[in-house]
Design a protein around this ligand. Sequence first.
Ligand code: NDP
Ligand code: 2IT
Length: 448
Amino acid sequence: MSYTEEIYERVVAQNPNEPEFHQAVKEVLDTLKLVIDANEEEYRKLGLLERLVEPERIISFRVPWIDDNGKVQVNKGYRVQFNSAIGPYKGGLRFHPTVNQSILKFLGFEQIFKNSLTGLPIGGGKGGSNFDPKGKSDREVMAFCQSFMTELHKYIGADEDVPAGDIGVGGREIGYMYGQYKRLTGLYEGVLTGKGLTWGGSLVRTQATGYGLVYIVDEMMKAMGKTLEGQTVVISGSGNVAIYAAEKAQQLGAKVVAMSDSNGYVYDPEGIKLDIVKDIKEVKRGRIKEYADQVESAVYTADENGSKGIWSIKCDIALPCATQNELNLENAEKLVANGCYLVAEGANMPTTREATDYLQAKGVAFMPGKAANAGGVATSALEMSQNSARLSWSFEEVDAKLKDIMKDIYAKVSDAAKRYGVEGNFVAGANIAGFEKVVDAMKAQGLV
Ligand code: NDP
Ligand code: 2IT
């Protein structure tokens, strides 16, 4: 049995009931096989893969808080500190009822390679809670965030571990957590990113993941001799990543015709009016259904399947920006049948392995999340730099750096694929290019 197969079996045996973690590890190991086989003896001796798939540390804790009825609620809290070979742990916090250790380990594992691809000095981590911010009052959200940080603050720091947002964690939650960190430690430091602009945040961080996604799509299009102008785009989700992916796609002349949330999707053949989506989602914290109540050309379809139906809408480009495994083989078949030729992942692992393999086999240009959505964490790293230097860069400065980073990621990913004889396979390219830097650092730092 090859070293990569052996490690995959070990991961499954030693981490039972963690299917998302197994899925993320399998995809990486399968595509790294080419690199690892060439160095098998050395890597085996160093236990390199055994170390790579084992988080340096997982912190798991109780989060008690009081709801508006005066009742005590208890949630689970976690931080997975996966790999610090190339920098302090860096990665978001997810607050969603589905959060468990498997999901956070898959996200933390992906983050190692994504952060490496940014070219910036950040290690891999992820955290969160099964707390559901939906339908909670601001006071309840604050009570939860303060309790979460009361425990988490012991394990994080500007040079140690720097969390940020993810599903269910935006500016409001980062604010409450930052305030509590400051109160507990007395430190005004860059311990969280995604902060508000008046208290240490960076311009462009809000837009960064979605903008970065479209910047890399633009690079892919250029390589195919196309432009975004006039292309039809379907985007799942209507959260932070989806909204700013739609904004940049529209700025570059594309027509975004559909968006979704976990209850269903809206189709607007005239093109989604983003100011209305922003008002519903960012201001009112409402449902995407309300878009169709306000816009005559739009049709809403309720979808108990987590809005997977959105992939049956005809498009040139599909950008899954909601959650893991939201685009399956059946959905991929629909996309291809309708002429979709490019899929880029704004979310983390939104495409199942079967769907990814199918899309690639059908010649669809496919950019995996760890490359395509790296603009968010890259801009977080730029926020860390500004915090350390006690400076604030202009919107244009940060946006230009983000664009350069996404171009560089595209170049690295396509180059690595070429070097290993799998040209155009960006999944392999991203995993190989991300891995090379981390493994070099791990080897240099000895057995830690
Ligand atoms: P938000 O919480 O802002 O938005 C999430 C969106 O996805 C909402 O529209 C939500 O709908 C939908 N969604 C969430 N869970 C499900 C589900 N189980 N089924 C169907 N729809 C769902 O999160 P973000 O936009 O920040 O994150 C979206 C994705 O992008 C995640 O995979 C995240 O890990 C990834 N990502 C985020 C980055 C960031 O900077 N924020 C950076 C890189 C990746 P509803 O409101 O109904 O729950
Ligand atoms: O998945 C991700 O890369 C994020 N949620 C952003 C992490 C960060 O630290 O900005």
